[in-house]
Write a protein that binds this ligand. Structure first.
Ligand code: ATP
Length: 313
């Protein structure tokens, strides 16, 4: 049940890399004035290619999704919402910036700022687990990003290590809003479909009773736990056992060996986020609840927002 497996990619020579990138370009999609540099990765619905705009030298990560594949999996509405999130919630220091979005006959294309620091999954794999102090910094940036999404009435619903990218200086950028949901108010819990990544799903998503913004605070609790221990707090030998553990939501950090040595404030923070009842969960009253938790003591939020705080690793 370890979340930090291996997924190394071999560096390719630039000629071969450019050829691979150009062969990954779907027919009918052209990026005039841009040089294709290399394939950055492949998601469930398409491809992400690193390109350089010839005139400016700017680098972009261009995400190209096949309409046929999106349609076959009923994802066209999600993509429309992903574009809406990028348009309405950005630009923001902790949310990936979208320079342009367009569609061709067969594809939907998002031109995103290029984030060279990789994702948080790779950061943990290469640098090891985070101390409470290191986690405090990254989680603070994530919290501000989530707060911005919520302020625009979006629920991220897919917060996880892989969806936190890092810029050249090591600041976080939330990305991948393909599963986002829209609510009418911060207290609205009218979303009912099951989505997201199993280990991060909140109990109310599994019970199907309707959910809203507190699911992102639950996922923050899972994320924080993984950052500091390398493992999710709830597990099981199969999906059914995992879901049963999540629905029970019993987490006893006092006797949990992984949390040994944690400051009681850290335990209280995680426990608050991993509260089964979304109405009682830390964050249910809004982002300010989370920001005010003593786990974030000492953070200068104004400086954080100006990206003046130095990433610890
Ligand atoms: P899924 O869509 O199934 O969740 P995913 O998150 O891997 O999968 P994408 O968001 O399409 O899919 O990303 C594919 C790869 O491209 C990932 O490895 C990701 O780290 C990389 N990537 C995505 N956006 C950027 C970006 N703006 N800058 C740099 N790399 C990026």
């Amino acid at each position: 049940d370890c979340c930090l497996g291996t997924s190394a990619t071999a560096p390719a020579s630039s000629g071969a890399a450019a050829a691979a990138a150009s062969s990954a370009m779907p027919a009918g999609v052209a990026l005039p004035g841009c040089e294709l540099l290399r394939l950055l990765g492949e998601g469930s619905f398409g491809t992400v290619i690193l390109v350089r705009e010839r005139q400016t030298g700017n680098l972009y990560a261009v995400k190209i999704m096949s309409k046929a594949q999106l349609a076959s999996e009923d994802q066209l509405a999600n993509i429309a919402l992903e574009r809406q999130v990028l348009r309405e919630a950005g630009p923001h220091p902790f949310i990936v910036e979208c320079a342009a979005g367009f569609q061709t006959e067969n594809a939907v294309v998002l031109v995103l700022e290029y984030l060279p620091g990789g994702d948080f999954y790779d950061l943990l794999r290469s640098k090891g687990l985070l101390s409470e102090e290191q986690a405090q910094f990254y989680l603070a940036e994530v919290v501000v990003g989530i707060g911005e999404l919520h302020a625009h009435k979006f629920v991220l619903r897919d917060l996880k290590l892989e969806n936190i990218l890092l810029d050249a200086d090591g600041h976080v950028r939330l990305t991948d809003f393909g599963l986002a949901g829209k609510v009418n108010t911060v207290g609205d819990t009218s979303i009912t479909d099951l989505s997201g990544t199993a280990i991060y799903q909140a109990p109310e998503i599994l019970s199907g009773k309707g959910h809203g913004t507190p699911v992102d605070w639950w996922a923050l609790g899972i994320l924080a736990f993984i950052m500091m221990t390398g493992k999710p707090p709830f597990g099981g030998s199969d999906r059914a056992e995992l879901y049963a553990a999540i629905e029970k939501a019993e987490i006893d950090l006092e006797s949990n060996p992984k949390a040994q040595g944690w400051d009681p404030i850290t335990k209280d923070f995680i426990q608050g986020l991993l509260t089964k009842n979304p109405a009682k969960r830390l964050g249910s009253g809004g982002v300010q609840d989370v920001i005010s938790h003593p786990f974030f003591r000492g953070i200068d939020w104004e400086a954080l927002l100006r990206m003046e705080l130095e990433p610890p690793i």
